[in-house]
Design a protein around this ligand. Structure first.
Ligand SMILES: [Zn+2]
Length: 114
């Protein structure tokens, strides 16, 4: 993974006189940020845009991730509402409950990635 990030220029370590890769605190900080960006669904080309404030498409990429995160949060809230109701539902059969039917219709199919 480190070699790949080196090859694509996302995190390029220094080289010791003997040719070994050397990671400074700065590199480690960069690695952590790259990993965090990937965990929120960014591709490496997108991550590269994030790392420098002056990149023109930076806010566009971040806004798109934020939209995705907010959509996920809304879907989780619908799923939570459904299950919270079911556990408290007073009907012997959930199929006889209009609220169960209504809330269940709102539960999304979760997409793990955008
Ligand atoms: Zn119910």
């Amino acid at each position: 993974m480190l070699r790949h990030w080196n090859d694509v220029g996302v995190v390029v370590p220094d080289r010791t006189p003997t040719g070994h890769r050397e990671y400074t605190d700065e590199h480690i900080a960069r690695l952590r940020i790259v990993q965090a960006c990937q965990r929120v669904g960014m591709s490496l080309p997108e991550v590269r845009l994030i790392l420098t404030r002056s990149e023109a498409r930076r806010s566009e990429v971040i806004e798109r991730r934020l939209e995705w995160i907010r959509a996920q949060r809304a879907q989780l809230a619908d799923a939570e509402r459904f299950l919270t109701h079911v556990i408290e539902c007073r009907h012997d059969l959930v199929t006889r409950c209009e609220d169960c039917a209504q809330y269940s219709a709102l539960v999304p199919r979760f997409a793990s990635r955008p």
